[in-house]
Ligand binder design. Structure first.
Ligand code: RUB
Length: 325
């Protein structure tokens, strides 16, 4: 029987409860969870070792459905682990290989965020008023890098209900010394008209260049289009969804309604139900550019990034750990 180490279970719980959140952080936490599963595995034979990692991967996979960075991180890990089977003889060698693979993913991810910061910062000019949304470490990397280059600008940060991730972004900007205004979500259209450009992050990017991000992002994009602002997305290449090459849709997470209204209030109502979708889809027509660690692409270039990262995708590639469960 495969046992999942408590630390890996804790990582999964933290992702599910959103103590760990944001697509990049989720992916890095998942890679760490698999490293721990490999280190703690008591397996004495390769098949049981592979099963231990597969069970941990499945647990992590089931935590949240939308951010494609999560399955991409798990596939990155497991595919490389399977590729090492021949050359890494025995459990100890495989364990060592697993640590290298997981740490390699985390390093690659952190470097990608840094590189995107450098590339994106060139798009910010002195005097700009930047509009952002939710809390994206990648979009923040752009702002922080521009600020460290001496550029002078300010940022509008909507609260981003129901979970108020805008407060986290405001705290990060405050700590970095970047002037910003926290605003209500209701004032997006009014204040975007007084801004110069928009930077947001992404949870998933589809083969046709649509961007899945925090619910409300598509409204920001609509308002930006009306105000004729550039709508720019900062996203690492592991946020591109290979399954969409095969025509699959990105699942939109619906979260617990207690994030919107108390259970007591709901019990008082007789005819009211509550919906709490956590993400929405911004069509490519509303996106001016996607800033990746490989360079700046138009949304129509998403397929080129996908092909480079994943080749011509087939659905068998989706869950490489499945046969070992
Ligand atoms: C977070 C969110 C972020 C993206 C990108 O949603 O929508 O904009 O994940 O973030 P949640 P990053 O709070 O529900 O996880 O650039 O940090 O990967």
């Amino acid at each position: 029987m495969a046992l999942i180490p408590p630390e890996t279970q804790k990582i999964a719980e933290d992702i599910q409860s959103m103590r760990t959140r944001g697509a990049g952080r989720i992916a890095r936490a998942a890679a760490k969870g698999l490293v721990i599963a490999a280190q703690e595995s008591k397996a004495r034979h390769v098949p049981s070792f592979l099963r231990d990692i597969a069970v941990a991967a499945q647990l992590l996979y089931e935590t949240r459905p939308t951010a494609v960075s999560l399955p991409n991180a798990l596939s990155y890990f497991y595919t490389r682990l399977l590729n090492r089977l021949e050359e890494a003889q025995g459990i100890d060698a495989l364990r060592e290989a697993s640590v290298k693979i997981g740490e390699g993913f985390i390093e690659m991810s952190n470097n990608a965020v840094k590189t995107i910061g450098q590339i994106g910062s060139r798009l910010i000019q002195d005097g700009d008023i930047i509009f952002t949304y939710c809390n994206s470490a990648t979009a923040f990397s752009v702002l922080k890098t521009a600020y460290s280059m001496g550029k002078e600008f300010s940022v509008f940060v909507p609260e981003t209900r129901p979970k108020y991730q805008g407060h986290i972004t405001a705290t990060w900007l405050d700590e970095a010394g970047i002037p910003c205004s926290l605003i209500t979500d209701n004032s997006i259209r009014y204040l975007i008209a007084r801004s110069d450009k928009v930077f947001v992050g992404a949870d998933a990017i589809t083969a046709n260049g649509a961007v899945v991000n925090k619910i409300g992002t598509s409204l920001v994009a609509l308002a930006a289009d009306e105000a004729r602002l550039d709508f720019l997305v900062a996203a690492e290449s592991y946020k591109f969804s290979p399954a969409t090459m095969a025509g699959e849709l990105v699942e939109i997470e619906e979260r617990d309604i207690s994030e919107v209204v108390s259970k007591e209030k709901l019990a008082e109502w007789k005819h009211v139900s509550v919906r709490n979708p956590a993400f929405d889809v911004t069509p490519p027509e509303y996106i001016d550019a996607i800033i990746t660690e490989r360079g700046v692409i138009p949304p129509q270039g998403a397929i080129a990034i996908l092909y480079r990262e994943f080749g011509w995708y087939s659905t068998e590639q989706a869950f490489p750990w499945n046969p070992y469960l």
